[in-house]
Design a protein around this ligand. Sequence first.
Ligand SMILES: NC(=O)c1ccc[n+]([C@@H]2O[C@H](COP(=O)([O-])OP(=O)(O)OC[C@H]3O[C@@H](n4cnc5c(N)ncnc54)[C@H](OP(=O)(O)O)[C@@H]3O)[C@@H](O)[C@H]2O)c1
Length: 213
Amino acid sequence: MKIAVLGGTGSLGKGLVLRLASLGYDVIVGSRDVKKAEAKAEEYGKILGINIKGSDNRKAAIECDLAIITIPWKHAFDTAKELKDELAKKIVVSPIVPMEKSANGFVYVNLPEGSAAEKLASILPDSKIVSAYHNIPAKKFADLNAEFEWDVAVCGDDAESKRIVIEITNKIKGLRALDAGSLSNSRIVESLTPLLINIAINNGMKDLGIKFI
Ligand SMILES: NC(=O)c1ccc[n+]([C@@H]2O[C@H](COP(=O)([O-])OP(=O)(O)OC[C@H]3O[C@@H](n4cnc5c(N)ncnc54)[C@H](OP(=O)(O)O)[C@@H]3O)[C@@H](O)[C@H]2O)c1
């Protein structure tokens, strides 16, 4: 399966590219800038001792079977709009968390559509949207020596697409994917991320994830 990580040059993208490529998936690092994509793909490939491809987001979206949009929420939706045709009929994974900093710490931004995943679904009506990976701390995830046991709540309205994302995620050591129901539940999962960050800051902790026990 070909997996494009759009905006794969950033924090969460790095961890996903490294971990998925190390499992043998054919991963493409996407970027607005092909040179940046190629440089990052080379950097990630060197870490694993394999070749990883980098290309602009459009080409990555055309070539893939499944795309993960690892772009900050203020820009991710515009990128999705530009790639609507290229992403049609494909699984598109949203780890997007709409949040901002306030005087009281980080707050979840309520979007009119209900969640980032539902907004993405409204922009990409011909794609199969699955939401996942919102609660993963990117830096620790990208450290291949790090040990963790995190759950990944996966939401989606297309059962087969959700099953595929759960299957892929469960192959990543230290992650357990759980079916969290329909896409409309994504708002709950997304809103846990600013909570995790606030708890970390207020209690001198770092790299918090979630675990259901
Ligand atoms: N960081 C985390 O710990 C974490 C955890 C869970 C979920 N998430 C979610 O994952 C997504 C990515 O987070 P991140 O921390 O990895 O982000 P990031 O490192 O700040 O940015 C990721 C990439 O987004 C692209 N980008 C930046 N501005 C853009 C624009 N105007 N238009 C198109 N692309 C743009 C850049 O790629 P190019 O310059 O190469 O195009 C950048 O490398 C976010 O939606 C976030 O909510 C993050």
